[in-house]
Design a protein. Structure first.
Ligand code: BT5
Length: 259
Protein backbone atom coordinates (compact mmCIF):
# COMPACT_ATOMS: atom_id res chain seq x y z
CA UNK A 1 0.00 0.00 0.00
CA UNK A 2 1.53 3.30 -1.05
CA UNK A 3 0.89 6.51 0.91
CA UNK A 4 0.21 8.52 -2.28
CA UNK A 5 -2.20 5.90 -3.60
CA UNK A 6 -3.95 5.87 -0.23
CA UNK A 7 -4.19 9.67 -0.18
CA UNK A 8 -5.77 9.75 -3.62
CA UNK A 9 -8.32 7.10 -2.60
CA UNK A 10 -9.24 8.90 0.59
CA UNK A 11 -9.36 12.53 -0.58
CA UNK A 12 -13.07 12.34 -1.42
CA UNK A 13 -13.92 11.34 2.17
CA UNK A 14 -14.42 13.76 5.07
CA UNK A 15 -11.58 12.33 7.17
CA UNK A 16 -10.21 14.80 9.71
CA UNK A 17 -6.70 13.41 9.57
CA UNK A 18 -4.93 10.20 8.75
CA UNK A 19 -1.63 8.55 9.59
CA UNK A 20 -0.15 5.73 7.58
CA UNK A 21 2.62 3.40 8.74
CA UNK A 22 4.41 0.72 6.75
CA UNK A 23 4.92 -1.17 9.98
CA UNK A 24 3.46 -0.51 13.40
CA UNK A 25 2.94 -2.41 16.65
CA UNK A 26 -0.83 -1.95 16.75
CA UNK A 27 -3.04 0.66 15.08
CA UNK A 28 -5.30 0.60 18.17
CA UNK A 29 -2.36 1.41 20.47
CA UNK A 30 -1.33 4.27 18.18
CA UNK A 31 -4.93 5.51 18.03
CA UNK A 32 -5.27 5.39 21.83
CA UNK A 33 -2.11 7.51 22.15
CA UNK A 34 -3.20 9.93 19.41
CA UNK A 35 -6.69 10.27 20.92
CA UNK A 36 -5.22 11.23 24.29
CA UNK A 37 -3.16 13.89 22.49
CA UNK A 38 -6.33 15.39 21.01
CA UNK A 39 -6.84 13.67 17.65
CA UNK A 40 -9.97 15.11 16.02
CA UNK A 41 -13.15 13.10 15.47
CA UNK A 42 -12.93 10.72 12.49
CA UNK A 43 -9.14 10.48 12.40
CA UNK A 44 -7.77 7.30 10.86
CA UNK A 45 -4.68 5.18 11.40
CA UNK A 46 -3.65 2.55 8.89
CA UNK A 47 -0.74 0.13 8.93
CA UNK A 48 0.47 -2.13 6.16
CA UNK A 49 1.90 -4.50 8.77
CA UNK A 50 1.29 -4.88 12.52
CA UNK A 51 3.96 -6.47 14.68
CA UNK A 52 1.83 -6.71 17.83
CA UNK A 53 -1.76 -6.48 16.61
CA UNK A 54 -4.25 -7.29 19.36
CA UNK A 55 -7.56 -9.05 19.63
CA UNK A 56 -9.79 -9.16 22.70
CA UNK A 57 -8.20 -10.20 26.02
CA UNK A 58 -4.81 -9.35 24.49
CA UNK A 59 -5.02 -12.25 22.07
CA UNK A 60 -2.79 -11.84 19.03
CA UNK A 61 -4.06 -10.50 15.73
CA UNK A 62 -1.81 -11.32 12.76
CA UNK A 63 -1.23 -8.68 10.08
CA UNK A 64 1.63 -9.73 7.81
CA UNK A 65 2.91 -7.07 5.35
CA UNK A 66 1.34 -6.28 1.95
CA UNK A 67 -1.71 -8.47 2.46
CA UNK A 68 -4.30 -7.18 4.93
CA UNK A 69 -6.18 -4.15 6.13
CA UNK A 70 -5.40 -2.99 9.66
CA UNK A 71 -7.01 0.26 10.66
CA UNK A 72 -8.33 2.20 13.62
CA UNK A 73 -10.82 5.02 13.51
CA UNK A 74 -10.97 7.58 16.31
CA UNK A 75 -14.47 8.80 17.17
CA UNK A 76 -15.49 11.50 19.60
CA UNK A 77 -18.63 9.74 20.69
CA UNK A 78 -22.00 11.23 19.91
CA UNK A 79 -24.92 10.96 22.35
CA UNK A 80 -26.11 7.81 20.58
CA UNK A 81 -22.66 6.24 20.65
CA UNK A 82 -22.38 6.97 24.38
CA UNK A 83 -25.81 5.47 24.98
CA UNK A 84 -25.22 2.38 22.80
CA UNK A 85 -21.45 1.73 22.77
CA UNK A 86 -21.93 -1.84 21.49
CA UNK A 87 -23.44 -0.46 18.31
CA UNK A 88 -20.03 0.89 17.27
CA UNK A 89 -18.73 -2.69 16.97
CA UNK A 90 -21.80 -3.40 14.86
CA UNK A 91 -21.06 -0.28 12.82
CA UNK A 92 -17.66 -1.55 11.67
CA UNK A 93 -18.73 -5.18 11.27
CA UNK A 94 -21.81 -4.20 9.24
CA UNK A 95 -19.84 -1.72 7.11
CA UNK A 96 -17.39 -4.46 6.18
CA UNK A 97 -20.19 -7.00 5.66
CA UNK A 98 -21.97 -4.65 3.23
CA UNK A 99 -18.70 -3.99 1.38
CA UNK A 100 -18.18 -7.75 1.00
CA UNK A 101 -21.76 -8.20 -0.18
CA UNK A 102 -21.05 -5.67 -2.93
CA UNK A 103 -18.16 -7.87 -4.05
CA UNK A 104 -20.63 -10.73 -4.51
CA UNK A 105 -19.70 -12.52 -1.29
CA UNK A 106 -22.04 -13.73 1.47
CA UNK A 107 -20.69 -12.34 4.75
CA UNK A 108 -22.05 -13.12 8.20
CA UNK A 109 -21.36 -11.36 11.48
CA UNK A 110 -20.46 -13.75 14.27
CA UNK A 111 -21.59 -11.83 17.33
CA UNK A 112 -20.02 -9.96 18.93
CA UNK A 113 -17.04 -9.00 16.78
CA UNK A 114 -16.13 -11.36 13.93
CA UNK A 115 -16.99 -11.29 10.25
CA UNK A 116 -17.17 -14.67 8.51
CA UNK A 117 -17.08 -15.87 4.92
CA UNK A 118 -18.03 -19.52 4.30
CA UNK A 119 -18.10 -19.98 8.08
CA UNK A 120 -14.45 -18.86 8.42
CA UNK A 121 -13.14 -15.71 10.06
CA UNK A 122 -12.14 -13.02 7.57
CA UNK A 123 -12.07 -10.07 9.99
CA UNK A 124 -12.20 -9.07 13.64
CA UNK A 125 -13.29 -5.83 15.29
CA UNK A 126 -11.82 -4.40 18.49
CA UNK A 127 -13.42 -1.29 20.04
CA UNK A 128 -11.61 0.43 22.90
CA UNK A 129 -12.20 3.65 24.80
CA UNK A 130 -10.25 6.49 26.42
CA UNK A 131 -11.56 8.34 29.45
CA UNK A 132 -11.02 11.82 30.86
CA UNK A 133 -11.87 11.19 34.52
CA UNK A 134 -15.43 9.84 34.43
CA UNK A 135 -16.09 11.24 30.96
CA UNK A 136 -15.81 9.02 27.87
CA UNK A 137 -13.31 10.87 25.69
CA UNK A 138 -12.82 8.81 22.53
CA UNK A 139 -13.75 5.48 21.01
CA UNK A 140 -11.18 3.58 18.99
CA UNK A 141 -12.77 1.38 16.36
CA UNK A 142 -10.17 -1.12 15.15
CA UNK A 143 -10.64 -3.69 12.41
CA UNK A 144 -8.33 -6.22 10.81
CA UNK A 145 -9.36 -7.78 7.49
CA UNK A 146 -7.65 -10.66 5.69
CA UNK A 147 -7.67 -9.37 2.13
CA UNK A 148 -5.09 -11.43 0.23
CA UNK A 149 -4.31 -15.15 0.68
CA UNK A 150 -1.00 -14.38 2.38
CA UNK A 151 -2.77 -12.65 5.29
CA UNK A 152 -4.30 -15.90 6.63
CA UNK A 153 -2.35 -17.19 9.65
CA UNK A 154 -1.35 -20.86 9.94
CA UNK A 155 -4.24 -22.99 11.27
CA UNK A 156 -2.33 -24.07 14.41
CA UNK A 157 -2.21 -20.44 15.60
CA UNK A 158 -5.98 -20.03 15.45
CA UNK A 159 -8.94 -20.68 17.72
CA UNK A 160 -11.36 -20.58 14.78
CA UNK A 161 -10.76 -21.34 11.05
CA UNK A 162 -9.75 -18.31 8.96
CA UNK A 163 -9.99 -17.24 5.35
CA UNK A 164 -9.29 -14.23 3.14
CA UNK A 165 -11.33 -12.26 0.64
CA UNK A 166 -9.03 -13.42 -2.17
CA UNK A 167 -9.53 -17.08 -1.20
CA UNK A 168 -13.31 -16.72 -1.23
CA UNK A 169 -13.52 -14.57 -4.34
CA UNK A 170 -10.95 -16.47 -6.38
CA UNK A 171 -9.08 -13.29 -7.29
CA UNK A 172 -7.30 -10.50 -5.41
CA UNK A 173 -8.96 -7.19 -4.49
CA UNK A 174 -7.34 -3.79 -4.08
CA UNK A 175 -6.97 -3.08 -0.35
CA UNK A 176 -7.33 0.68 -0.78
CA UNK A 177 -10.62 0.30 -2.68
CA UNK A 178 -11.98 -1.94 0.06
CA UNK A 179 -10.86 0.56 2.69
CA UNK A 180 -12.71 3.41 0.96
CA UNK A 181 -15.81 1.28 0.58
CA UNK A 182 -15.82 0.41 4.30
CA UNK A 183 -15.34 4.06 5.30
CA UNK A 184 -18.17 5.15 3.00
CA UNK A 185 -20.49 2.65 4.70
CA UNK A 186 -19.33 3.88 8.15
CA UNK A 187 -20.06 7.48 7.14
CA UNK A 188 -23.52 6.49 5.91
CA UNK A 189 -24.50 4.44 8.95
CA UNK A 190 -22.94 6.55 11.69
CA UNK A 191 -25.65 9.25 11.78
CA UNK A 192 -28.24 6.43 11.82
CA UNK A 193 -26.66 4.33 14.53
CA UNK A 194 -29.61 4.85 16.88
CA UNK A 195 -32.24 3.76 14.36
CA UNK A 196 -34.17 0.50 14.09
CA UNK A 197 -32.98 0.29 10.47
CA UNK A 198 -29.41 -0.01 11.70
CA UNK A 199 -30.31 -2.63 14.29
CA UNK A 200 -32.30 -4.64 11.72
CA UNK A 201 -29.46 -4.57 9.17
CA UNK A 202 -26.94 -5.63 11.81
CA UNK A 203 -29.27 -8.36 13.04
CA UNK A 204 -30.01 -9.45 9.47
CA UNK A 205 -26.29 -10.13 8.93
CA UNK A 206 -25.87 -12.29 12.03
CA UNK A 207 -24.48 -15.79 11.66
CA UNK A 208 -26.37 -18.77 13.18
CA UNK A 209 -29.75 -16.98 13.46
CA UNK A 210 -32.46 -19.54 14.18
CA UNK A 211 -29.77 -22.13 14.94
CA UNK A 212 -28.73 -23.83 18.16
CA UNK A 213 -25.67 -22.16 19.67
CA UNK A 214 -23.59 -22.14 22.81
CA UNK A 215 -22.23 -19.01 24.45
CA UNK A 216 -19.40 -19.15 26.95
CA UNK A 217 -17.78 -16.33 28.82
CA UNK A 218 -17.24 -14.67 32.15
CA UNK A 219 -17.99 -16.74 35.20
CA UNK A 220 -21.44 -17.76 34.01
CA UNK A 221 -22.40 -21.29 33.00
CA UNK A 222 -22.45 -21.74 29.20
CA UNK A 223 -25.82 -20.85 27.68
CA UNK A 224 -27.28 -23.18 25.08
CA UNK A 225 -30.26 -22.39 22.91
CA UNK A 226 -31.61 -20.87 19.70
CA UNK A 227 -30.07 -17.59 18.58
CA UNK A 228 -33.05 -15.27 18.13
CA UNK A 229 -31.40 -11.90 17.39
CA UNK A 230 -30.32 -8.67 19.05
CA UNK A 231 -31.72 -6.46 21.80
CA UNK A 232 -31.66 -2.70 21.21
CA UNK A 233 -28.43 -2.29 23.19
CA UNK A 234 -26.65 -4.80 20.93
CA UNK A 235 -26.79 -7.66 23.44
CA UNK A 236 -27.68 -11.11 22.09
CA UNK A 237 -31.09 -12.73 22.56
CA UNK A 238 -31.22 -16.50 22.97
CA UNK A 239 -34.09 -18.84 23.73
CA UNK A 240 -32.62 -21.42 26.07
CA UNK A 241 -33.38 -25.15 26.27
CA UNK A 242 -36.30 -24.45 28.62
CA UNK A 243 -37.92 -21.93 26.27
CA UNK A 244 -36.79 -18.98 28.37
CA UNK A 245 -35.44 -15.80 26.74
CA UNK A 246 -31.88 -15.12 27.87
CA UNK A 247 -29.81 -12.02 27.16
CA UNK A 248 -26.07 -12.33 26.65
CA UNK A 249 -24.31 -9.06 27.39
CA UNK A 250 -21.85 -7.65 24.91
CA UNK A 251 -18.33 -8.49 26.10
CA UNK A 252 -15.69 -11.14 26.31
CA UNK A 253 -17.84 -14.03 25.21
CA UNK A 254 -17.36 -16.87 22.79
CA UNK A 255 -20.23 -17.95 20.56
CA UNK A 256 -20.26 -21.18 18.58
CA UNK A 257 -22.87 -23.20 16.72
CA UNK A 258 -23.96 -26.53 18.17
CA UNK A 259 -23.68 -28.84 15.20
C1 BT5 B 1 -10.58 -9.99 17.25
O1 BT5 B 1 -10.28 -10.44 18.51
O2 BT5 B 1 -11.01 -10.64 16.36
C2 BT5 B 1 -10.29 -8.51 17.08
C3 BT5 B 1 -9.18 -8.27 16.12
C4 BT5 B 1 -8.94 -6.80 15.89
C5 BT5 B 1 -7.72 -6.54 15.06
C6 BT5 B 1 -7.59 -5.10 14.69
S1 BT5 B 1 -6.36 -4.85 13.48
C7 BT5 B 1 -6.42 -3.15 13.70
C8 BT5 B 1 -6.58 -2.92 15.18
N1 BT5 B 1 -5.29 -2.88 15.84
C9 BT5 B 1 -5.13 -3.90 16.70
O3 BT5 B 1 -4.12 -4.11 17.41
N2 BT5 B 1 -6.24 -4.66 16.72
C10 BT5 B 1 -7.26 -4.14 15.81
P1 BT5 B 1 -10.68 -11.88 19.06
O4 BT5 B 1 -12.15 -12.11 18.87
O5 BT5 B 1 -10.14 -11.91 20.43
O6 BT5 B 1 -9.91 -12.88 18.13
C11 BT5 B 1 -8.54 -13.10 18.26
C12 BT5 B 1 -8.25 -14.48 17.69
O7 BT5 B 1 -8.39 -14.44 16.26
C13 BT5 B 1 -6.82 -14.95 17.93
O8 BT5 B 1 -6.69 -15.59 19.18
C14 BT5 B 1 -6.58 -15.91 16.76
O9 BT5 B 1 -7.08 -17.20 17.06
C15 BT5 B 1 -7.46 -15.33 15.67
N3 BT5 B 1 -6.70 -14.56 14.65
C16 BT5 B 1 -5.58 -13.84 14.81
N4 BT5 B 1 -5.21 -13.25 13.67
C17 BT5 B 1 -6.12 -13.63 12.73
C18 BT5 B 1 -6.29 -13.36 11.35
N5 BT5 B 1 -5.47 -12.55 10.67
N6 BT5 B 1 -7.35 -13.94 10.73
C19 BT5 B 1 -8.22 -14.74 11.39
N7 BT5 B 1 -8.12 -15.04 12.70
C20 BT5 B 1 -7.07 -14.49 13.37
Amino acid sequence: MQRTQLESYLTSLPLSAFRYYESLGSTNDEALAWASQGAPDFSLIIADEQTSGRGRLDRKWFTPPHSALAMSLILHPTTIERAHPARTTGLLALSLAESLLKLGLVPEIKWPNDVLLSGRKVAGVLVETTWMGEELEAMILGIGVNVLNTSVPPAEQLLFPATSIETELGHPVERTELLREILERVLEWRPNLGTDAFLKSWEGSLAFRGQQVQVEGGSEEPIKGELLGLNTDGSLLIQDEHGKSVTVQFGEVHLRPLA
